[in-house]
Design a protein around this ligand. Structure first.
Ligand SMILES: Cc1cc2nc3c(=O)[nH]c(=O)nc-3n(C[C@H](O)[C@H](O)[C@H](O)COP(=O)(O)O)c2cc1C
Length: 186
């Protein structure tokens, strides 16, 4: 079998019952054997402030950057807040992008999936996140786009992934595995 690629998964919602976290875990289950998905937590990152990042960065910054740097690829799974990227996710992007010239993200293949109980599936957050990551030299998968609306109905009462959304998640993660294979730096 070819090499297993480690994927750092960033989830943009901090709440326990997050639909997006459940989707990230479902993607980890559905991923082909060439990918190993692991959530890198972002909830304990202090709000980005250059003043505290000079001589001795906070431990949370250093450990987050190290985990992202150790990964081969990136996957962002996030809701939309006020038609844009939720603050914890944007903060994680800002932390990972610094110090200047040493971005933890640079060159790693990426993809974004947004999900919302609303109708347009986090389209605004998806496009805003894509904009930041393209600037940060992350080749972002173009297709299939993943704006998942009506996401409140994806999981059954017991927490099981429903059959309705499963084929799309399978298609998405299979395409992403191909994207990673194509763009990963050896
Ligand atoms: C501050 C805030 C802003 C929100 N703005 C949007 C929005 O712009 N578009 C949208 O579709 N849903 C919006 N929502 C609803 C979220 O999509 C919904 O709470 C979703 O379940 C959050 O994802 P999660 O289940 O992964 O936590 C917003 C929720 C919050 C708390």
């Amino acid at each position: 079998m070819s090499k297993v690629h480690h994927v750092a998964v960033l989830v943009g919602s901090l709440r326990k019952a997050s639909i997006n976290r459940k989707l990230a875990l479902a993607l980890a289950e559905l991923a082909p054997a060439s990918l190993k998905l692991e959530i890198v937590e972002i909830g304990d990152l202090p709000l980005y402030n250059e003043d505290i990042d000079l001589d001795q960065p906070p431990e949370a910054y250093s450990s987050f950057r190290a985990k992202v740097k150790a990964a081969d690829a990136l996957l962002f799974v996030t809701p939309e807040y006020n038609r844009s990227v939720p603050a914890p996710m944007k903060n994680a992007i800002d932390v990972g992008s610094r110090p200047y010239g040493q971005s933890a993200f640079s060159g790693k293949p990426g993809a974004v999936l947004t999900a919302s109980p609303g109708a347009i599936g986090g389209f605004g957050a998806n496009q805003h996140l894509r904009q930041s990551m393209v600037f940060l030299d992350v080749p972002m998968m173009q297709q299939p786009e993943a704006y998942l609306g009506s996401a409140g109905s994806f999981f059954e009462e017991a927490g099981m992934l429903g059959d309705g959304i499963k084929p799309f998640l399978q298609k998405f993660i299979t395409a992403y595995a191909g994207w990673v294979e194509q763009h990963v730096k050896s």
